[in-house]
Write a protein that binds this ligand. Structure first.
Ligand SMILES: [Fe+2]
Length: 385
């Protein structure tokens, strides 16, 4: 089965982010359940263009919160940008000033040292401890008032909210939080991961209870500092990192010649590394070599005796994301009419991933990109002590 041009054309709509902040009362067809009450928060890049410069990739852009509130049979929809330091500075300047994941800053010298220094807070939205957190993959998340959507500033989740004394341990947590966090279905614990250091990287895991008390905070040296990863697995007490072989060549980026994503190379021959961290501290961290696969998101993980079973959506390669012909990049092209005629993907349509004994279960078409459901079932715990 192949992805056709027309099947991808709808994705171009994702590149048409509105830059104005909305306050609307949508019309309702039919009737909402009267007891439906609450707010759905979503986050995502909402500003692709400033001063005539357009972001290169669909996943790049300043964070915009979309809040859809339900109460008494009515709906209220609002959007607000996250007022990050980056957003405020660029808004004042009327142009982009900083490099982001995929797009260099307009002026060469603004791209040194290349690695994005200021977060866009544009990936996820999580409500914890009465705060709406907007996460990126750079720096700390930003906090917003869940009611007004006003940005209050960066906040460090490592801080123990039950302590009044100066919390020195909080300062030892991640410098760069990953955007995806997990809430333990049984305990309600909030699990976060992140990194510290960019050349020699540490992997961090932070576990907080419902009251904001820090249950666990662990860090280990990464066995593969140059790997880009996006999500992780959690099955208490184990956090599992998937260090896929998307490897950073830092020098051109540090010298300002390439963006971060243009400095990543997919090297499947290197394989992936799974790093298992026991947050109870009873077992030593474990690193396992597994076949290469690109992973955006984990689906679930659970313990089966002495095994960890982890399900995720896997791709043969990140060719939809990385490289000059990536679909996520072509979507951003301004020539929409032309793009519409040939579909948004300039990349060669890839074939669907065929069976991989022992690594795949129940493939199902939800996307035009090649993907498969994969499952790791490792002996990690039994050999990890
Ligand atoms: Fe994600």
């Amino acid at each position: 089965m192949t992805a056709t041009d027309s099947s991808l054309a709808w994705l171009t709509k994702l590149a048409e982010a509105r830059r104005e902040e909305l306050e609307e009362t949508p019309e309702i067809e039919g009737r909402l359940p009267s007891r439906l009450s609450g707010t759905l928060y979503r986050n995502g890049p909402g500003l692709y263009e400033r001063g005539g410069v357009t972001k290169r990739n669909l996943l790049d852009g300043d964070g915009m919160i979309r809040a859809t509130s339900f109460a008494e049979g009515k709906v209220r929809f609002r959007t607000r940008f996250v007022r990050t330091a980056k957003f405020e500075a660029e808004d004042k300047a009327g142009r982009f000033l900083y490099p982001t994941w995929t797009t260099p800053a307009p002026r060469y010298w603004e791209n040194i040292p290349g690695y994005p220094q200021l977060g866009q807070a544009g990936v996820t939205a999580v409500v914890k401890a009465g705060l709406l957190h907007a996460f990126d993959e750079v720096g700390l998340p930003y906090a917003l008032d869940p009611a007004t959507l006003a940005t209050t500033g960066p906040v460090d989740p490592a801080k123990d909210l039950t302590r009044n004394d100066p919390d020195k341990e909080a300062g030892k947590g991640p410098v760069d939080y990953k955007a995806h966090t997990k809430t333990d279905g049984e305990t309600g614990d909030w699990v976060l991961i992140g990194t510290r250091g960019r050349v020699k990287q540490e992997l961090h895991v932070l576990v907080k209870d419902r009251d904001g008390r820090r249950r666990a905070q662990l860090a280990i040296p990464s066995p593969r500092s140059e790997a880009y990863f996006h999500d992780f697995f959690w099955t208490r007490p184990y956090a599992v990192f998937h260090l896929q072989p998307a490897l950073l060549s830092a020098l051109p980026m540090v010298l300002g010649f390439r963006s971060y994503t243009d400095s990543l190379s997919w090297k499947p021959e290197t394989g992936s590394l799974l790093v298992v961290i026991d947050t109870s501290g009873k077992r030593a961290p474990l690193s396992l070599e597994v076949p290469a696969v690109w992973m955006w998101h984990g689906l679930n993980a659970h313990l089966a005796g002495e095994r960890i079973v982890a399900d995720f959506v896997g791709f043969d390669a990140p060719d939809h994301f990385l490289g000059p012909a990536a679909a996520f990049r072509n979507i951003m092209q301004k020539d929409r009419a032309s793009r519409s005629r040939r579909g948004c993907s300039g990349a060669s349509p890839s074939t669907w991933h065929r069976s991989r004994p022992g690594r795949r279960s129940s493939p199902r078409a939800i996307s035009s990109f090649p993907w498969f459901i994969a499952r790791w079932s490792g002996e990690s715990i039994a050999t990890g002590s």
